[in-house]
Structures are given as structure tokens and as C-alpha cells.
Ligand binder design. Structure first.
Ligand code: F3S
Length: 390
């Protein structure tokens, strides 16, 4: 891989240890994937933030980099293992909280914006169309490439942090136009009206074509919230980093010869597959984290009602602050539902505390089962609220 003089100096340690280690990661990655050069990134989203996933080894790695590392571009964080302010209300143990705070402190020392959310595009991390970025978090990567028109590979935690500390990423994969062309056309012959319809669609397409770039036809309109749900689902069930949706998403592509179809039965079967036989003991809404519009709708549905089960409403802290100004937070909290900022029911250490998760998120069903060994129930938000308040 060809490096500039400045990049060579970084690799040789002239800019300190954290930069040297980061360049070693990026150059190795670039060589493995055949990149010809490094390119500048406009922003970074780091995943692997929960102490639950990092453990002491990860914490020590971060503390070491924080000795002399400083981020070069806007960098935000994925959800952590707890609400950084309200962790006691969510039942997080104090010894876990101490470690999680140390993790976030290490990131802050490096200059990272410590907003922990999987919807960085709702909180100001959203550079202009066509910008190269280095984002981790599969749902956000898919949203960035497909909906925002950014260009990013599916980064891992260490490679995203390395990009943050250097402002660089190797140019391969989704950074190159030839890899962003659709490979399979998908003809959707099903009713697409709700967030869970879109979650189920991601489940179906992901299972049918894996991580291939799709060109999706037959959808008349899709809201931000529906696309957010679809991105999380197609990235989870198939591993896609990019799709094109005819008349809806902004990137240009050639139209592929190969095609598949999605029927109403496919969607209905996917919904059935995400429903186990269980009695929910935790309800969680906001996977990916909620928009302000969704917060308003949920407040409207919860107004004057009492939640009788554990219910988490997961949202980025700045969105919660905006929701607070509109009175939504008080209405939600008055119902007994708990607002969970900075975290979610997948990355928080709640395995064993609950048995059955009810959610509107297809991604949440996948990880609820796989990671936390929960049974899952997949429902629209109004139904979830109806059941939790009955
Ligand atoms: Fe976000 Fe957690 Fe879902 S990180 S996409 S709310 S699993």
C-alpha cells in the first residue's frame, strides 16, 4: 500500500504510541483487503463500548491508547452497558457501573463525544452526501451507506478507533464505487406499512441473499423510522452494508439481471418466526434508538396509562433532552416506563434477569435470543403498549 510521508511518520511513531498502533492496524487491514492507499474520513462511530463485551482486557487497551491518543475527527460511541446517569434505576450492579464509567472516561480522554447511541445520525454525526467515514455498528453502517449516501465499511471496534485517532481508513470495499453496485434485484409484492413490516422485510431479504447489495423494487414510500428498522434487520439477518431502494434511497447503481421476489407469505412467515411461546417479562422499544417523532408517539400512547411490566424506552441522550422539552419524557416516566439512554436491552448485562423480551425490533429478536437467551415476542409498538399496560 502506498503511504504519504505524513502517514509513514505516523506509522514510525513520530506522532506517538496511539497513532503508531492505530496505523499498524489500518495498514495491516489495507494490505489484507488489497487497498492501494489510505483516505481521509469525515467522522467515526465506535462500537464495542459496553464493558460487558470489552472486559478488563478491552478497558486496559483503551486506557493505554488514552495516554497519548486524541481523535482527529468527530467520533461518537455505540451504546454502552448502562445508562450513564440512570443506571441504578435499570438495576445495573455497582461493580459493573464502575468499570463502564472507566471505559467512557478513557474514550472522553481521547476526545471522543461520549454520546452512546446506535443512531449517531440523529445526534449530529452525519457528514455530507458522499463523505467517507469509518463507522462500526451494523445498523448505522447500513443506514449511512444506503440512506445518507456516506461510504463506510462495517468497521470493528479497534479499526474504527484507529481511524478516529488517525483520521484515515484504507480504501477498499464500500469506499470504492465498483463495490457499491447492486448485485440482486428484489421485487417486493407485500404490504409495507409499519415499522415491523420493514423489520420483517429485512429478515426475509437478509436470509435470502446474505450480504449482497440489493436493488429493492415495489415499495412506494418509507419513513426514516421504517428505514432505520429495515437497516438494522437486513444488516443483522444477512450482513448487508448497503442496499438501494428504488425511488427512496439516494445512491446511483446499475440494475442487476439476477432477481428474487418477496411475497406477503414471506413477510408473515418471518413475523411468525420471531414469535416464541412465552410470557414477556421485559418490554423494550427503541432498537435502533428512537427518533424524536417516535418519542412523541410513544408519549401519546402512554398518556394516562400505567405500565405493569418492566419497560425500557431506548433513546440517545440528546434526543431524550429534546423530548424532555416537549413534555414527552414526563409523560413516559409518569406511566412507569423507564427511559434508557446510552444503552439497550442487548448490550446491557441483563442475561438471566429476564426470560422473555417483547419488542418491535427484528434485530432485537435476533440478539435477544442469541446473546441473552431470551424468548422473544415481535409486535407493533401500539400492541406492546396495550399489552404492557393491560
Ligand atoms: Fe442499537 Fe442495541 Fe438495537 S445497539 S440497534 S438498540 S441492539
Amino acid at each position: 500500500m502506498k503511504l504519504t510521508n505524513e502517514e509513514r511518520d505516523m506509522l514510525n511513531g513520530r506522532n506517538g504510541n496511539a497513532v503508531r498502533q492505530s496505523m499498524e492496524i489500518l495498514v495491516s487491514l489495507g494490505e489484507i483487503f488489497g487497498a492501494k492507499r489510505l483516505i481521509d474520513v469525515a467522522s467515526v462511530q465506535i462500537a464495542g463500548v459496553s464493558y460487558h463485551n470489552l472486559g478488563d482486557a478491552g478497558l486496559n487497551y483503551l486506557a493505554d491508547l488514552a495516554k497519548d491518543g486524541k481523535v482527529k475527527v468527530l467520533t461518537t460511541l455505540n451504546p454502552a452497558g448502562m445508562d450513564m446517569e440512570n443506571w441504578k434505576v435499570l438495576g445495573i450492579p455497582a461493580d459493573f457501573a464502575e468499570k463502564q464509567i472507566a471505559v467512557i472516561d478513557a474514550f472522553k480522554k481521547m476526545g471522543v463525544t461520549a454520546t452512546c447511541t446506535c443512531t449517531p445520525y440523529f445526534v449530529g454525526n452525519s457528514p455530507g452526501f458522499g463523505s467517507h467515514v469509518a463507522w462500526a455498528e451494523s445498523s448505522a453502517v447500513c443506514y449511512a451507506n444506503s440512506v445518507l449516501g456516506l461510504k463506510t465499511n462495517r468497521e470493528g471496534g479497534p479499526s474504527a478507533l484507529a481511524s478516529a485517532l488517525t483520521g484515515k481508513t484504507p480504501e477498499f470495499g464500500m469506499h470504492l464505487e465498483e463495490n457499491r453496485q447492486a448485485q440482486v434485484a428484489v421485487n417486493v409484492n407485500a404490504k409495507m406499512e409499519t415499522v415491523t413490516d420493514f423489520g420483517a422485510l429485512g429478515h426475509v431479504i437478509g436470509n435470502k441473499i446474505g450480504n449482497k447489495v440489493s436493488y429493492i423494487r415495489g415499495i412506494e414510500k418509507a419513513s426514516t423510522e421504517q428505514l432505520k428498522s429495515f437497516c438494522a434487520s437486513i444488516a443483522t439477518y444477512g450482513g448487508a452494508a448497503l442496499f438501494h431502494m428504488e425511488g427512496i434511497t439516494p445512491n446511483r447503481t446499475s440494475i442487476p439481471q439476477e432477481s428474487i421476489s418477496v411475497s406477503q407469505k414471506d413477510i408473515d412467515d418471518a413475523k411468525k418466526e420471531m414469535n416464541d411461546n412465552g410470557e414477556p417479562d421485559i418490554y423494550s422499544i427503541g432498537c435502533p434508538h428512537l427518533s424524536l417523532k417516535e418519542m412523541g408517539e410513544i408519549a401519546g400512547m402512554l398518556k394516562g396509562r400505567t405500565v405493569k411490566k418492566e419497560m425500557w424506552i431506548c433513546v440517545a441522550r440528546p434526543v431524550k433532552e429534546d423530548a424532555d422539552k416537549k413534555g414527552y419524557v414526563k409523560t413516559i416516566e409518569d406511566s412507569g416506563a423507564k427511559i434508557a439512554c446510552d444503552t439497550c436491552m442487548v448490550v446491557a448485562p441483563i442475561k438471566g434477569r429476564f426470560k422473555c423480551l417483547a419488542t418491535d425490533s427484528a434485530k432485537g429478536c435476533f440478539y435477544g435470543r442469541g446473546k441473552n437467551k431470551f424468548k422473544v415476542i415481535f409486535r407493533e409498538i401500539p400492541q406492546l403498549i396495550e399489552e404492557a399496560t393491560a
